[in-house]
Design a protein around this ligand. Structure first.
Ligand SMILES: Nc1ncnc2c1ncn2[C@@H]1O[C@H](COP(=O)(O)OP(=O)(O)OP(=O)(O)O)[C@@H](O)[C@H]1O
Length: 201
């Protein structure tokens, strides 16, 4: 569905924030603190996916569950700000889903990976969000944190570290991000991220 002028006005008023950064850089940790401090100010958009719902998942809550043909039709109609295929399933953030958050008077937070960031930044008619990049202090510290999190296999950790180098180079040279926050001391990084998100500083 094409965006309506009125809904995009709401998006322009409550400009979404794109947060990106290597896996393990601390995006979830920072966002958790932000939502604790400001419980009503932000929202996550509901993504579309072609994967089957898992037990307990509700259409329109965890995801908008969609057939591949409906998904492709929405891609062709320019209805996504970003989309990608992972593990054989399509995922995407629709313009409508972001507008739904903005219409509630909330700022939509988009936690997306590098290819998605490029798509959002180059979208033809979606108002430009504000882009925040969260950077680990070093690849060595990132490795320690990924190991400390204990959620990934050795193979996954190596893959994430390699990808982290690519993403950090992209942030340095891409010219997209409005703010880069180095997540060394958590409280300091949180304050910097919050100042950017809340006050635009
Ligand atoms: N400033 C910090 N100092 C020490 N540990 C931290 C800091 N920030 C985050 N961590 C820890 O690093 C690990 C990775 O953080 P987190 O899961 O928030 O990363 P993420 O960017 O959301 O990763 P993913 O993209 O894989 O979801 C977690 O165990 C978290 O507790």
């Amino acid at each position: 569905m094409a965006p309506t002028g009125k809904d995009l006005e709401a998006v322009e008023k409550n400009r979404p924030i794109v947060i990106s950064g290597p896996s393990g850089s601390g995006k979830s940790t920072i966002l958790k603190k932000l939502f604790e401090e400001f419980p009503d100010r932000f929202g996550f958009s509901v993504s579309h996916t072609t994967r089957a719902p898992r037990a307990g998942e509700v259409d329109g809550r965890e995801y908008h569950f969609t057939t591949p043909s409906a998904f492709t039709a929405l891609v062709d109609a320019g209805g996504f700000i970003e989309h990608a295929t992972f593990g054989g399933n399509m995922y995407g953030t629709s313009i409508q889903a972001v507008e739904d958050i903005a219409k509630e008077g909330k700022i939509c937070i988009l936690d997306i990976e590098m290819e998605g960031v490029k798509q959002v930044a180059s979208h033809a008619n979606f108002p430009r969000p504000r882009f925040l990049f969260l950077q680990p202090p070093s690849v060595e510290i990132l490795e320690q944190r990924l190991r400390g999190r204990a959620t990934d296999s050795e193979e996954a950790i190596q893959k994430r570290l390699k990808q982290a180098e690519v993403e950090m180079e992209f942030a340095r040279s891409g010219g997209i991000h409005d703010k880069i926050v180095v997540n060394d001391d958590l409280d300091t990084a949180y304050k910097e991220a919050r100042d950017f998100i809340i006050d635009g500083k």
